[in-house]
Design a binder for this molecule. Structure first.
Ligand code: SF4
Length: 347
């Protein structure tokens, strides 16, 4: 994790006005609709939102598993948006993705040693003997015995497989790791240990990380900054501690109000903000503010005019500025509290 000064260094990821639209028989699905975010060296940025908010599509566009419809993706100073697969190949060393489900991302016909050696050989980082030594070292570092190197993925547990994908991702020492729900397919009992491993490795090796998740406890633990997505757009961005202490967007307030807190006393004193209805379809997002169909504070203006993502001051003097997209947040950052509005359409 990083300090505020590092955030101003050349970003390892700079995403500008990213759009990913899909044609469907009934119209255009706006999965990602104008997302901008940066990650500084050694910084962990959490991208949170409900399933269907577009957060995984952002991750897939960053690693070019998906082609952006518009906008720019700059990794460590190189614009990779329009690079061919061939031109992209040497740059793949800089960015790696850890998937939600390691079973689908590890080749079942390869041994663990072959899986981790592959990127080292592909980028010509070591000869055979040195690569073998690195594989043993990486396996130990992710908490696996080197003897497991001769097994195939199906002979390992889910947690062990995810440790293998982390080892493979780190084998080429990337400047940026994209982790898409890296623990959500694992048993609850092993989720915390995999998360701890990621946090330790990030601190030790200093790579930047885009951590995509719906798990607020995980993102609070791991992220320096958090961006909240709703229907293809970022609605709020802030340093993690500030976002949790003082969420300004009504959607962020609702998300946090639903997350359990460890202190039973505090839990009893909280008001849960109930949102009406489901996430609308990105095929036909509501006009104006996308959130107006579920927002307890919506006004007539919200139904017709989309709010800009505006910069508002940080709570700390000289702190990293925050951004929020809501008509009701004042220039000085004062925000209404959605918990104190009677809900008429709750679930
Ligand atoms: Fe709610 Fe309006 Fe703010 Fe959107 S702009 S979050 S609808 S108050």
């Amino acid at each position: 994790m990083t300090g505020p000064d590092d955030v101003h260094a050349t970003p390892v990821l700079d995403v500008r006005d990213l759009r990913r639209h899909f044609a469907s028989p009934t119209g255009t699905v706006r999965a990602v609709d104008g997302v901008s975010l940066t990650i500084g060296p050694g910084e962990v940025v959490g991208l949170v939102g409900e399933s269907g908010s577009g957060k995984s599509t952002v991750g897939r566009c960053v690693v070019r598993l998906d082609e952006p419809t518009d906008g720019r993706v700059v990794i460590d100073g190189t614009d990779v948006t329009t690079l061919s697969a061939r031109a992209m190949r040497p740059l793949r060393r800089n960015v790696h993705l850890v998937f939600q489900d390691p079973s689908s991302s590890l080749n079942p016909r390869m041994t663990i040693r072959q899986i981790i050696t592959e990127p080292i050989r592909l980028h010509r980082l070591a000869g055979r003997a040195e690569a073998a030594r690195r594989v043993d070292e990486l396996l130990r570092r992710v908490g696996l015995r080197p003897e497991l190197a001769d097994r195939k993925p199906h002979q390992l547990s889910g947690g062990q497989r995810q440790r293998v994908s982390i080892a493979r991702a780190l084998a080429v020492e990337p400047v940026l790791l994209v982790a898409d729900e890296p623990t959500s397919a694992l048993d609850v009992s092993v989720q915390a240990s995999v998360l701890n491993l990621l946090a330790d490795l990030q601190r030790e090796r200093g790579f930047g990380c885009l951590f995509i998740t719906h798990d607020l406890a995980a993102v609070e633990y791991l992220a320096d900054r958090i961006a909240v997505m709703y229907l293809g757009r970022i609605v709020e961005q802030a340093p993690a501690a500030e976002l949790f202490a003082d969420p300004k967007h009504p959607y962020t307030q609702a998300l946090l109000s639903a997350a359990p807190v460890p202190d039973p006393e505090e839990q009893r004193g909280r008001t849960r903000i109930l949102l009406g209805g489901d996430l609308p379809s990105p095929l036909d997002p509501p006009p104006g503010c996308h959130f107006h169909t579920r927002c307890p504070l919506a006004t007539d203006r919200c139904r017709t005019e989309a709010p800009e993502l505006r910069t508002v001051p940080s709570a700390e003097d000289g702190g990293v500025p925050r951004q929020v997209a809501c008509h009701l947040v004042a220039e000085d950052g004062t925000a209404p509290d959605a918990a104190h509005v009677p809900v008429t359409a709750g679930v």
